[in-house]
Design a protein around this ligand. Structure first.
Ligand code: ARG
Length: 439
């Protein structure tokens, strides 16, 4: 035990304790407390390896392992007292170990540094988080798939520039978001490939002279293999940047969907009615029903992008290998994972309880001359017109309908023939939105 009041884990050469502000800027326990299950798992795997390699004795190893389980129980039941003065989750747990079993506890850190320890814990945390995010993506995909099937024949206007463009189906529209989510999922899976590598054994950064077995710890923790370059093992945070980007892009997809919900829920569009559970009222305007959840999903995308930029900026100037700047990474990732997780759940809840007003969609698909492209294509196919000319002719016919205040399929054949004499009444087969969609 050190005789002074300096830190017991690293304070051997220190005679004074850190200033309060130093302690405040240095402590990460408020954030990295969430790593505790992974820290315990990492320590157990390391301890078992130390025993097997005869670096520590069986008895010492058994005492440490038993105590780590006890500590896990204490944390789980809320009895554990976390101390800021002990900086982070690693030292809080190790200090408790020493409180319970005495100096033997100090043997656990043989052939290990907090640098490879934290990188290991965090990779484990991210791996779990990715699996949870994927499950939530799949739940949302399931809902979207169900809705796409239900509405596979429901005609609506497809938009470009938010102007009615061509008739499509609600099924196709919703499936587009499903495609984005499928890519989000595959991106997360891909991220796991590079993430699932074990830093343990790198120690501070240059490895360790103890006869450790890196394969054993990697395997015990479900990693694919140990990271070969020990300097890379402690300094690499690509997995952080990649995961944050995955969250960001997935959040952007949800934000686009949220924006559609917001537009569709306006009385002007009336394409969707959100359930009361997923709407809020106004304290002053009694008629209002606001799509707040969708707006928040859209708004929270800012946090996701912000976290990504913060992490990239934090990393950009770091020399090899470990630098304390890296301690900041947990906060960004925890926040992005929590935020995306919540947004995925909110989207699922909102969509599965919403009503799609397909009659209104069909009605508006018929407005706005959305079959004009189908008409131009008909002119090309049946009258052998060059597309540019067909486009021009169709424009004149649209103008005519506009002047008459009618839809394209309500024009008389004679009216269309006044623009292009060779048009026959077979043209009506493409002028209705249903036919245009089928084609
Ligand atoms: N709390 C630290 C972090 O999250 C643990 C690693 C500390 N390493 C060190 N050399 N001070 O990054």
């Amino acid at each position: 035990m050190s005789k002074n009041s300096a830190n017991k884990m690293w304070g051997g050469r220190f005679s004074e304790k850190p200033s309060d502000i130093m302690e405040q800027i240095n402590a990460s326990i408020d954030v990295d407390v969430r790593l505790w299950p992974h820290d315990i798992a990492g320590s157990k795997a390391h301890c078992e390896m130390l025993v097997k390699q005869k670096i520590i004795s069986k008895d010492d190893g058994a005492a440490i392992l038993k105590c780590l389980d006890q500590i896990a129980g204490e944390i789980e039941s809320g009895q554990f007292e976390f101390k800021r003065s002990l900086e982070d989750i690693h030292m809080n747990i190790e200090s408790r170990l020493r409180e319970i079993i005495g100096d033997v506890a100090g043997k656990l850190h043989t052939a290990r540094s907090r640098n490879d320890q934290v990188a290991t814990d965090f990779r484990l945390w991210c791996r779990d988080a990715i699996n949870e995010l994927i499950a939530k993506i799949e739940a949302l995909q399931g809902t979207l798939e169900g809705l796409s099937n239900t509405h596979k024949d429901a005609v609506m206007p497809g938009f470009t520039h938010l102007q009615p463009a061509q008739p499509v189906t609600l099924g196709l529209h919703l499936d587009t978001y499903n495609q984005m989510l499928a890519r989000d999922k595959s991106r997360l899976e891909d991220c796991t490939i590079r993430l699932n590598q074990c830093p343990l054994g790198a120690a501070a950064m240059a490895g360790t002279p103890f006869p450790i077995d890196r394969k054993m710890t990697a395997e015990a923790l479900g990693f694919d293999n140990p990271i070969p370059n020990t300097m890379d093992a402690v300094s690499d945070r690509d997995f952080v940047a990649e995961l944050l980007f995955c969250c960001s892009l997935s959040g952007i997809h949800l934000s686009r969907l949220a924006e559609e919900i917001i537009i569709w829920a306006t009385p002007q569009f009336s394409y969707i009615t959100l359930s009361d559970q997923w709407s809020t009222g106004s304290s002053i305007m009694p008629q209002k029903k606001n799509p707040d959840a969708a707006e928040l999903v859209r708004g929270k995308t800012g946090r996701l992008n912000g976290n990504l930029v913060q992490a990239l900026t934090m990393l950009k100037g770091l020399p090899l290998t470990y630098n304390k700047d890296l301690q900041e990474d947990k906060e960004f990732v925890f926040d992005s994972v929590d935020t995306l997780s919540l947004c995925l759940e909110a989207m699922e809840g909102m969509l599965s309880s919403a009503t799609f007003n397909t009659a209104r969609m069909l009605e508006t698909a018929e407005d706005g001359y959305t079959t004009a492209t189908a008409l131009a294509d008909w002119l090309v196919m049946n009258l052998d017109m060059p597309f540019r000319d067909a486009h021009h002719t169709t424009g004149a016919i649209v103008k005519l309908a506009e002047d008459k205040g009618c839809k394209l399929d309500e024009l008389e054949l004679a009216d269309m023939q006044a623009v292009e004499a060779k048009i026959t009444d077979a043209v009506y087969s493409v002028l209705s939105v249903k036919n245009a969609v089928n084609r």
